[in-house]
Design a protein around this ligand. Structure first.
Ligand code: AMP
Ligand code: MG
Length: 349
C-alpha cells in the first residue's frame, strides 16, 4: 500500500486544512491515518467501524485483546460513548484537553473489537491542535493506539512513524515532535475512586491534589513485574511494550557506585549507556545517550523513546545500562516505561 505523507504544523493554514480534510475523509472511509498528539503519535481509525479496528491491529501487529483508546474533540461527546459519573465529569473539567485517558463502562455504539472485548472503553480528549482538528473534522470518535509496530518504543516524531508503518497504513500527518513524549495516563474511574493503570503526564500527585489522598490508588502493575495467573485491569500493561532490541538493565543505588559501574561498562562495545546530562563529563562515549538532567523528569519523558530507538539503530549494542529515574511526578511514567523495557530487571547497589 502506498502511504501518503502530508506535512502539518498546527493545522491552521489553508493548505494544512486541506491536508486535514483528506485525512478526515480517509478515516470516515475506513482508512488509517497516523497523526501527532501531545503524548506520542497515534494511529487513528473510525471507532464506530469494526473493520477499521481490525486494520489497526493488523498494521501494528498488535494482539487483539489489547484495547484501543477512543479520542474525542469535545468533552460533551463522552456521554454518547460511555456511562459517565460526577467524578469523570470533574476529571474531564480539570485535565481535558490533555494527556489523561479515562476508563468507563461502554455504550453499545462502541464495538467490542475496539475495546478488546471488554465492557469498558478508554476515552481521551487530546490537546494537540492537529489531533483536535482532525477528530473534529472526521465527525466520528477516533480509535487510536500509539503509531508504532507492536513491541517497538512509541513514536515521538514523524520519522519514527515512517520507520514503523510506511507501506502499512493510508496516511501519515507528519507534524512536530510530540511535546510530552510518553503515552497518556490511563485511569479507571469508579463512583468515588480512581486507579492509575498507566502513569503519564497527568500525575498521581495532581490527581491526589484534586480528589484527595484516599481516592487515588496506583495499580501494582505500574511498579511490579506480574506473571502467571495475574490478570491485569489494563490488558496492554502485561505486554513487554516499549522493548528496544537490546535488553535494558536498570541501575539503582548510591550515585558514586552507579557511576563507577557505568564507567567500567563504557569501553565495552556491546554496552549502551542511558545516563543523565550531569554524567556526560565522565561517561561521554559513542554508545552513551543522555535523556535529560537528573532532576528534570519532563526532559526525560520527552527524550526516552527517542533514545531507545537510537539504541535500536546501534547494531553492536547488546545491553542498555540505564539510570533509574526518580518516581515523582511524570518521573513515575518514565520509570514505568523503562522498567517495562527492562522486564523489571533492576540491579540494586
Ligand atoms: P496505546 O493505545 O498503545 O496507548 O495503549 C492503550 C492502553 O490503554 C493499553 O495499555 C490498554 O490496555 C489501555 N486500555 C485501553 N482500553 C482499556 C480498557 N477498556 N480497560 C483497561 N485498559 C484499557
Ligand atoms: Mg502503544
Amino acid at each position: 500500500m502506498e502511504t501518503v505523507i502530508l506535512r502539518v504544523t498546527d493545522g491552521s493554514s489553508d493548505e494544512e486544512q486541506r491536508a486535514l480534510q483528506k485525512a478526515a475523509d480517509c478515516i470516515r472511509g475506513s482508512g488509517l491515518v497516523a497523526f501527532p498528539t501531545e503524548t506520542v503519535y497515534g494511529l487513528g481509525g473510525n471507532a464506530f467501524d469494526a473493520e477499521a479496528a481490525k486494520k489497526i491491529y493488523a498494521a501494528k501487529g498488535r494482539p487483539s485483546d489489547n484495547p484501543l483508546i477512543v479520542h474525542i474533540a469535545e468533552p460533551e461527546e463522552m456521554d454518547r460513548y460511555c456511562y459517565t459519573n460526577p467524578l469523570s465529569a470533574r476529571l474531564a473539567e480539570a485535565f481535558w484537553p490533555g494527556p489523561m485517558t479515562m476508563i468507563l463502562p461502554k455504550r453499545d455504539c462502541i464495538p467490542g473489537s475496539v475495546t478488546g472485548g471488554l465492557d469498558t472503553v478508554a476515552i481521551r480528549l487530546p490537546s494537540d491542535p492537529v489531533a483536535n482538528r482532525l477528530i473534529r473534522m472526521a465527525g466520528v470518535p477516533v480509535a487510536a493506539p500509539s503509531a508504532n509496530r507492536s513491541g517497538r518504543p512509541s513514536p515521538t516524531t514523524a520519522e519514527h512513524v515512517v520507520e514503523d508503518l510506511q507501506g502499512r497504513i493510508d496516511m501519515i500527518l507528519a507534524g512536530n515532535p510530540c511535546r510530552i513524549g510518553v503515552e497518556s495516563s490511563v485511569i479507571a474511574v469508579e463512583q468515588d475512586h480512581v486507579t492509575v493503570l498507566r502513569p503519564g503526564a497527568v500525575t498521581c500527585e495532581a490527581l491526589r491534589q484534586l480528589l484527595g489522598e484516599d481516592r487515588v490508588s496506583v495499580d501494582r502493575i505500574v511498579t511490579e513485574k506480574v506473571t502467571g495467573a495475574f490478570k491485569p485491569r489494563s490488558p496492554g500493561m502485561k505486554y513487554r511494550h516499549y522493548a528496544p532490541k537490546a535488553p535494558v538493565l536498570l541501575l539503582e543505588g548510591e550515585e558514586n557506585t552507579v557511576v563507577s559501574y557505568l564507567k567500567k561498562k563504557l569501553p565495552d562495545p556491546e554496552a549502551g549507556l542511558l545516563v543523565y546530562d550531569e554524567d556526560l563529563d565522565e561517561l561521554a562515549g559513542e554508545r552513551t545517550l543522555s535523556f535529560g538532567k537528573r532532576l528534570d523528569p519532563d526532559a526525560q519523558a520527552h527524550r526516552l523513546f527517542f533514545c531507545l530507538r537510537k539504541f535500536d539503530s546501534m547494531e553492536e549494542v547488546r545491553t542498555i545500562y540505564a539510570r533509574t529515574p526518580r518516581r515523582e511526578g511524570i518521573g513515575l511514567a518514565v520509570y514505568n516505561r523503562l522498567a517495562k523495557a527492562a522486564g523489571f530487571h533492576i540491579l540494586k547497589f
